[in-house]
Design a protein. Structure first.
Length: 277
């Protein structure tokens, strides 16, 4: 998708399961996880506040809190794997991970390979620049260096929207992209606003370009072929939102003065932003 359009692929009523959320009695992935006693979760630890290593070198952040909650609901231990870009999909398809909770937008392309839950967050792409860079809009990026995540939505967006920009690749936003920006080895960076807004708030030497591009749902990714597992994960996300934990977690990481994006818990919505990787 270019120009920020969002296409609603389908919207059907969500009927809650009668089975308690904490039960893992279904055959398939839930039974496999229960028998193993551990759930394998992909998290992306490349950018605060979504996922990063804290001062103890332990995984931390909004997605990590979500992953902890996920394992607790299943009543099993969690094994975390740090994943970026295309690996978020390939490791699900290959069976190396049970779920991915890693700032992953539910795109039409990805939905061909994996299943997605209802959204547990919403985000869009934003561009950040140095205040003194004399860059005021997207077109000003022509001939400039912009750091992008390898295999990311930002890469594809900039290629199509500003073909004259020079792309500088990195595998994670933090610390690599932030370091390049801080050292002025690049003129700008593009990432989800969940990361960019946080960086701008903490660092007044940067400014945001106007516009939020390709806004879409952030969802839990799963391998295809197990509809009962998808239903269970949808229940998990729905309870997370309706319980108020979503609001509390959002304000914990982005600030008490921030308003969380509105998420729908009553409908089974597959709103896919039409944008490529």
């Amino acid at each position: 998708m270019m120009n920020g359009r969002v296409v609603l692929l389908s919207q059907v009523a969500w009927i809650f399961l009668l089975l308690p959320l904490g039960s893992v009695g279904h055959a398939g992935k839930l039974e496999e996880i229960s028998d193993r006693g551990m759930v394998r979760i992909g998290v992306s630890l490349g950018g605060a506040p979504m996922g990063f290593y804290d001062w103890r070198n332990e995984p931390s952040g909004y997605d990590v809190d979500m992953a902890h909650r996920f394992a607790e609901k299943l009543g099993v231990e969690a094994e975390y794997t740090n994943v970026f870009g295309d690996a978020r999909v390939s490791m699900l398809v290959s069976g190396q991970l049970d779920v991915v909770i890693a700032n992953m937008t539910a795109t039409a392309t990805r939905a061909k390979s994996v299943d997605f839950s209802i959204p547990y967050l919403k985000a869009g792409l934003r561009v950040i620049v140095h205040k003194d860079a004399h860059i005021f809009e997207l077109d000003d990026l022509a001939g400039k260096k912009i750091v992008v995540g390898r295999g990311s939505s930002g890469e594809v967006f900039i290629r199509g929207r500003v073909p004259g920009a020079e792309l500088v690749y990195t595998d994670n936003f933090s610390p690599n992209a932030i370091l390049l920006l801080r050292q002025k080895r690049v003129d700008a960076a593009i990432e989800d606003n969940s990361l960019i807004d946080y960086l701008a708030k903490k660092n007044p030497e940067y400014v945001l370009l106007p516009g939020l591009f390709l806004s879409g749902p952030i969802s839990i990714g799963m391998a295809q072929g197990d509809p009962e597992f998808v239903k269970w994960v949808d229940r998990f996300v729905s309870e997370y939102i309706s319980s108020g934990d979503y609001d509390r977690s959002y304000r914990k990481w982005w600030g008490e003065d921030m308003t969380p994006p509105k998420l729908d818990t009553a409908m089974r919505v597959l709103t896919i932003a039409v944008r490529e990787y």
